[in-house]
Design a protein around this ligand. Structure first.
Ligand code: F0G
Length: 463
C-alpha cells in the first residue's frame, strides 16, 4: 500500500546490459569544433558531443528482445518472414489492413504526397513539420497551418495544443473548395509546437467534418504512442483505457498513416505507410519499387523489419511510455527551478527552450535559437537543435524567410538512453548559459542550402 506522505517515483523499466562510453571534452575543444561545424549542431562530429539531445530519431536503445530479433533476419529479396510479422503487428496495433515499409518516415511522406496531391491543391495541417511540408510542396500543394492559436504561444498551458481549429479549417475549405483539399494532415504529438498532443475529442470532430465534406484525413503517427499516453493522462474517460486501446481508437478515424519508425518503435532505421484504402495501397506498393525497393522490404533489411515488429510490441507497454514522458517532465521540472523560459506544458519527446525570451536582446534575424543551441554545446558538450527561423526556411513563392512565432531550442530525449544524472548535467549547463545570456552575440548565415536549410546551413558569429 502506498504511504500517505511518501512520494511514489517512477523508474526506468529496465536495467543496463551494454554501455557505450561517452567523452567529456574541454571548452577549448568544443569552441573549435563549433566553429568548424559552422555553428550548426547538425554538422558537429558525434565524437565531440558529450550528451546528445539532438533528436530522438534513430538514436534509441533497442532492447535485448529487439537485438535478439536482429539475428533472425530473413534476408531473402522477396517475401521475407520478418515483413509478414511486421505487417501483422501493423494490423494488430494500428488497425490498418494495408502496409508498405520504407527506409524512414520521409520516404513514406514522399510517396503519400505524390499519390494524394495534384498541383494547386492545399494541405491543411496542425502546424508544419519540416520534411512533411517539403514533400507536400514538392508535390505541388500549399500547406496551410490550421492548428489552434494556443500552439503558437509557449506560455499557454492548454493540455491539447496539437488540436486543429475547426474554424480555420472551415475557412480554408470555404475559400478554396473541398475538392482542392488533397487531405488533412494531422500529427500527434505536434513536433514543432513542442511535442504537444491532440485530444480524441478534437480528432473525432475533425473526422466528422472531413467525412461530411468528403475530405481525406491522414495521420503522421510517428509518435502516436506519446499522444495516446497524453490522452490517457489528460482526457476525461481515458484513464482506464490501455495504450493499445487508445492507439487503435485514434487510428480508426484516419484513412491512412505514415510513421518514422525511428521514434516510437525504438529502432535505428525504418518507416512505413499504412492505410485502409486499397487503391492508395496499390499505388504505394507500386511506387515503393521505384524509390525504395520491393514492397516486401522497402529499403530495409529483414533484420530491421524484425526489430520494428518487436519495437511495436514494446512501444505500447505502459511502463515504457510512462518512463519516456516522465523523463522529459523531470528535465522540465529541473529547468523550471532555474526559471528557464520553456514551452509549456512539457512535450512528449523534448523540452523546448524559448530562445526568443532567453536571448531577448537578439532580433529574430540574429538567429536566437541557432545561437542558443551552439552556446549550450560550447558550454558543456550537450547538443540540441534549432527550431525557429532557420528550420522554418523560406516561402517558396516570395523567397522571404518564414518567421515563425516560436523560436526554440529543442533538447530531445532518445528513448532508454540517458539517466537522470545526464539530465542534471544538461540542466546545469542550460542554467549557466542562461546566467551569462546578456553577453551572447547572435549568428548570421554564411551558407544556405536550398532545401531544409537547418540541416546543412553554416553560420558565423556576429561581432
Ligand atoms: N514526421 C515527424 C513528426 C517527424 O518528427 C519526423 C522526423 C518525420 C516525420 C520524418 O521522419 O526522419 O524518419 O524521415 N523527425 C526527426 C526529428 C528528424 O528530429 O524530429 P524521418
Amino acid at each position: 500500500m502506498a504511504k500517505k506522505n511518501i512520494k511514489k517515483s517512477w523508474a526506468e523499466p529496465f536495467k543496463i546490459k551494454v554501455v557505450e562510453p561517452i567523452k567529456v571534452t574541454t571548452r577549448e575543444h568544443r569552441e573549435k569544433a563549433a566553429k568548424v561545424a559552422g555553428y550548426n549542431t547538425f554538422l558537429l562530429k558525434s565524437e565531440d558531443v558529450y550528451i546528445d539531445l539532438l533528436t530522438d530519431s534513430g538514436t534509441n536503445a533497442m532492447s535485448d528482445y529487439q537485438w535478439a530479433g536482429m539475428m533472425l533476419g530473413d534476408e531473402a529479396y522477396a517475401g521475407s518472414k520478418n515483413f509478414y510479422y511486421l505487417w501483422n503487428n501493423v494490423k494488430k496495433y494500428y488497425g490498418m489492413p494495408y502496409f508498405v515499409p520504407t527506409h524512414q518516415g520521409r520516404a513514406a511522406e514522399h510517396m503519400i504526397s505524390k499519390i494524394l496531391i495534384k498541383k494547386g491543391d492545399y494541405v491543411p495541417g496542425n502546424m508544419y513539420f519540416t520534411t512533411t511540408r517539403l514533400h507536400q510542396e514538392l508535390a505541388g500543394a500549399t500547406f496551410v497551418d490550421v492548428i489552434i492559436d494556443e500552439a503558437h504561444n509557449p506560455n499557454d498551458e492548454h493540455p491539447f495544443k496539437g488540436n486543429i481549429d475547426l474554424k480555420k479549417l472551415d475557412k480554408l475549405v470555404k475559400k478554396v473548395g473541398a475538392d482542392k483539399i488533397a487531405y488533412v494532415s494531422m500529427a500527434g504529438p505536434v513536433n514543432m509546437a513542442g511535442g504537444q498532443p491532440f485530444s480524441m475529442d478534437n480528432l473525432e470532430k475533425v473526422y466528422e467534418y472531413t467525412k461530411k465534406h468528403k475530405i481525406k484525413l491522414w495521420f503522421d503517427a510517428t509518435r502516436a504512442c506519446e499522444n495516446a499516453f497524453f490522452i490517457k493522462e489528460r482526457e476525461k474517460g481515458y484513464k482506464d483505457k490501455t495504450i493499445p486501446q487508445i492507439l487503435k481508437e485514434m487510428c480508426k478515424y484516419f484513412d491512412g498513416l505514415w510513421v518514422s519508425a525511428k521514434k516510437d518503435l525504438m529502432v535505428n532505421i525504418g518507416g512505413f505507410l499504412a492505410t485502409r484504402n486499397k487503391k492508395v495501397y496499390e499505388e504505394a506498393r507500386n511506387m515503393v519499387v521505384v524509390y525504395e525497393g520491393l514492397h516486401t522490404y522497402g529499403g530495409l533489411a529483414g533484420r530491421d523489419m524484425e526489430a520494428m515488429a518487436r519495437g511495436i510490441e514494446e512501444m505500447v507497454e505502459y511502463e515504457n511510455i510512462r518512463m519516456r514522458i516522465k523523463q522529459v517532465e523531470y528535465a522540465g521540472e529541473q529547468l523550471a527551478k532555474y526559471k528557464i523560459p520553456m514551452v509549456k506544458p512539457f512535450g512528449g519527446h523534448a523540452i523546448f527552450l524559448d530562445a526568443k525570451r532567453i536571448l531577448n536582446h537578439l532580433s529574430q534575424d540574429e538567429l536566437p535559437a541557432q545561437t542558443l543551441a551552439s552556446e549550450i554545446f560550447i558550454d558543456s558538450g550537450v547538443r540540441g537543435m534549432e527550431r525557429g527561423i532557420v528550420s522554418a526556411g523560406r516561402d517558396p513563392e516570395t523567397g522571404d524567410h518564414r518567421r515563425p512565432k516560436l523560436e526554440l531550442v529543442r533538447l530531445t530525449f532518445p528513448r532508454r538512453v540517458y539517466t537522470q544524472s545526464h539530465i542534471d548535467v544538461m540542466v546545469e549547463s542550460v542554467a549557466s548559459v542562461y546566467e551569462d545570456r546578456k553577453s551572447i552575440k547572435g549568428l548570421k548565415f554564411v551558407y544556405e542550402p536550398k532545401y531544409l536549410r537547418f540541416f546543412q546551413g553554416r553560420f558565423e558569429k556576429l561581432k
